[in-house]
Design a protein around this ligand. Structure first.
Ligand code: 8YV
Length: 328
């Protein structure tokens, strides 16, 4: 298939440099406004394109996939997580799926540490006080937070991002613990000075901070459910930069309100951008609008990965970042 004739539809606005390169390489339809496509627009895009470039704001479910045209052959996702795409149905219909792993690892890990510090050191409260011109001068007992150095961090999901969080946490003097589907190789564990817990329940009960870094799959949905959240120490803090669905958000909110959990730093939510209003009222919670990977450099590298995946596919090879149902 000659590249020029490949019809590519991109569902969201991307950095100029990415859009320009795509325009040079493909017969590309770009988005005019910075809004998600409606379902009707998505169906239309999937009927008339060879390649769709969606993002997390596009729910590519089985019903949409069955309405796709015969020519749709690749869904080159702009993002690492693919939980908004029904990868099984896509495969059954002969549509490949690729993603953009690796390039958002460090930025997302930075944000996990930023959230940990924001919650434990009360940074938003300090900022609010300054902005409201309410600071009446230094006081030994004001603004007291808790130290993260020396504390036990339990990382839930020790893939690329989990390991990047572990490296940073070590630099902050934290003790790294983790739970993962598979135990890391001994040399990796040793380099990270990380302690493996086969039992998530046992790990959770002993940690000062929990960082959620596993993808959302059917087996991680509500991994932190009401029962598990009850195992946390009342002084524990949870940080989530992965997917909201991994935590039962209502149970978390109840725990935070009841003082059974000391605090939370959340960049992602269970129901997309519709955040539990009770979470917003809590002083011990820092909420961010899913900006863990939001750096200009990261977005450009994500775009470059999408382009490599499309080009490789167009040249008759498997996209380097193909996602298979067996990987989920
Ligand atoms: C992305 C993310 O910005 O890549 C991911 O999985 O969660 C985000 O940080 C978003 O998914 C882009 O589609």
């Amino acid at each position: 298939m000659p590249n020029k004739r490949l019809s590519v539809v991109v569902t969201r606005r991307l950095p100029d440099v990415v859009e320009t390169r795509m325009t040079e390489l493909f017969d590309v339809t770009l988005r005019d406004s910075d809004t998600p496509m409606s379902r009707e627009e998505l169906v239309d895009a999937m009927r008339r394109s060879d390649i769709l470039v969606p993002t997390i704001t596009d729910d590519i479910d089985a019903s949409l996939l069955t309405q796709a045209g015969d020519r749709l052959k690749l869904i080159a996702n702009f993002g690492a997580g693919v939980d908004h795409i029904d990868v099984h149905t896509a495969r059954q219909r002969g549509i490949l799926v690729s993603n953009t792993p690796g390039v958002l690892t460090e930025d997302t890990a930075d944000m996990a540490l930023a959230l940990m510090l924001a919650v434990t050191r009360k940074i938003p409260q300090g900022l609010a006080e300054m902005q409201a011109d309410q600071w009446r001068g230094w006081s030994p007992m004001a603004h007291l937070g808790t130290r993260i150095g020396g504390k036990r961090l339990g990382i839930l999901g020790m893939g690329r991002i989990g390991q990047a969080v572990a490296r940073r946490a070590r630099a902050f003097g934290m003790q790294v613990h983790y739970h993962n589907r598979r135990r890391l190789r001994p040399e990796v564990e040793e380099a990270l000075e990380a302690t493996y817990w086969e039992s998530l329940d046992q790990m959770i009960a002993r940690m000062d901070v929990i960082s959620v870094n596993c993808p959302h799959t059917p087996s991680t949905f509500h991994l932190l459910n009401a029962r598990r959240l009850k195992l946390l120490k009342p002084s524990a803090v949870i940080v989530n930069t992965s997917r909201g669905e991994v935590i039962d958000e209502n149970a978390l909110t109840r725990g935070l309100r009841a003082g059974e959990i000391a605090g939370a730093g959340l960049d992602v939510f269970e129901r997309g951008h519709s955040v539990n209003p009770r979470l917003r009222e809590l002083p011990n919670v820092v909420l961010l609008p899913h900006m863990g990977s939001a750096t200009l450099e990261g977005r450009i590298e994500m775009g470059e990965k999408v382009i490599v995946n499309i080009k490789t596919f167009a040249d008759g090879h498997r996209p380097p970042d193909q996602v298979l149902p067996s990987m989920l």
